[in-house]
Design a binder for this molecule. Structure first.
Ligand code: NAD
Ligand code: UD1
Length: 362
């Protein structure tokens, strides 16, 4: 059985589906601070089987010890954590507590239970502002620009030290580039409870009429069109990377690091254009000053994952955008309650959005 912490969240839920598709039994451990039990039903529908679920917090050793006592866990995929950069600046202690403290408590509970295979959801943010592209795993980790980034780097270092101290540990640090998209059925994806921080969730909410305009942060970068360039990777491809990594880690020893990206960067304007072309919805945008902490460009050299794991992202940017839009239309059709934290109009032109996407709600 595989434990997936944060398994009802955006990435974790896709990882759980991958594991179920490969015949694994799965237990999810999540405190639901940024997800809901609705994910469990979606996973069961898409996976054809249920994952077990335990409500709990990775900072709570007693809950973790009970979890390892109750289930025959062979390996852990640790996706639980907080990920909003702006919030991490305002509430650094909460971020260090969850992302570093939670990782330490988890490692302690694993060691106590004799479980030593661990995959960690890390981020390309640990590379900081890298001078050369593409970024491979030999690039030095940089100086993160916010507490979220520091918390990811600190958690990585905890795991690196741990594995150096005890050869029973087999740890995979998966450095995600920019996961976007949704399950290709359109039935499982990201459902931000707050104002989205990231490009694609924000763009989708503009497309569905929940927000008025996309603010493009900076058009004076040294990139082909002046806007920031990122390596967007389909969340289903990303999830497949976890399965491959797990195979490589089981029975191994030490720490291994893999970038999970496509190796291709797209600018903000390229993403907007691709969305309009693929999904048929124009996006209103304004150019704003650069966002503090942003780097001009960031894309992966995914060669190590290809060579060592046989993993390669297969889905195109158009696939990512189409799947994400299908999911956004599904959410709108289900009349998801929306938390409005800005002055934007609460109208959701569901029919218009669906017509534009060619998607029919069931
Ligand atoms: P998410 O917020 O959708 O999922 C995280 C899950 O963890 C949520 O279900 C949340 O309820 C749970 N959680 C948070 N704190 C917890 C705690 N203390 N105890 C138990 N459960 C807790 O985020 P995501 O996009 O799925 O990200 C998953 C992981 O990947 C995170 O660690 C994130 O930092 C990392 N990551 C994400 C991205 C991205 O763009 N999505 C990029 C790089 C790295
Ligand atoms: C951000 C975080 C990073 C985190 C990642 C995944 C920052 C500085 N970095 O990465 O630590 O790991 O999310 O959670 O926040 N953009 C706009 N308008 C928007 C939103 C984004 O123009 O409304 C631009 C950004 O300036 C950037 C690109 O879109 O050029 C991608 O932004 P985003 O999706 O937030 O990802 P990252 O900045 O790469």
């Amino acid at each position: 059985m595989i434990l997936v912490t944060g398994g009802t969240g955006y990435v974790g839920a896709q990882v759980v589906l991958q594991l179920l598709a490969h015949g694994q039994t799965v237990v999810i451990f999540d405190n639901l601070c940024n997800s809901s039990r609705a994910s469990l039903e979606r996973i069961a529908r898409l996976g054809g089987r249920r994952a077990r679920f335990v409500l709990g917090d990775v900072r709570n050793r007693a809950q973790l010890d009970a979890l390892f006592a109750d289930f025959p866990i062979a390996a852990v995929i640790h996706c639980a954590g907080l990920k909003a950069v702006g919030e991490s600046v305002r509430e650094p202690l909460r971020y260090y507590d969850s992302n570093v403290g939670g990782s330490i408590a988890l490692c302690q509970a694993m060691a106590a239970a004799g479980v030593f295979t661990l995959i960690f959801s890390s981020s390309a943010t640990v590379y900081g502002d890298c001078a050369t592209m593409p970024i491979d795993e030999t690039c030095a980790t940089g100086l993160p620009t916010n507490p979220y980034g520091f918390s990811k780097l600190m958690a990585e270092n905890v795991m690196i030290s741990l594995a150096a101290s005890d050869a029973r540990w087999s740890v995979g640090l998966l450095r995600y580039f920019n996961p976007i998209g949704a399950h290709e059925s359109g039935e499982l994806g990201e459902a931000p409870a707050q104002v989205p921080n990231n490009l694609l969730p924000y763009l989708l909410q503009v497309a569905s009429g929940r927000r008025d305009v996309l603010q493009v942060f900076g058009n004076d970068y040294a990139t082909p069109d002046g806007t920031g360039v990122r390596d967007y990777v389909h969340v289903m491809d990303l999830a497949e990377g976890h399965w491959r990594a797990l195979q490589a880690l089981l029975g191994g020893s030490g720490v291994r690091v893999w970038n999970l990206g496509t190796g291709r960067g797209y600018s903000v304007l390229e993403v907007v254009d691709a969305f309009t072309r693929t999904c048929g919805v124009p996006i209103a945008l304004t150019f704003e000053p650069r966002r503090t902490g942003d780097v001009a460009q960031c894309w992966a050299d995914p060669g190590k994952a290809r060579r060592e794991l046989g993993w390669q992202a297969r889905r195109s940017l158009d696939d990512m955008l189409r799947d994400a839009w299908r999911w956004e239309c599904r959410l709108a059709a289900e009349h998801r309650p929306i938390v409005y934290t800005t002055e934007t109009s609460p109208t959701i032109p569901v029919a218009a959005a669906q017509a534009a996407s060619g998607y029919a709600a069931v």
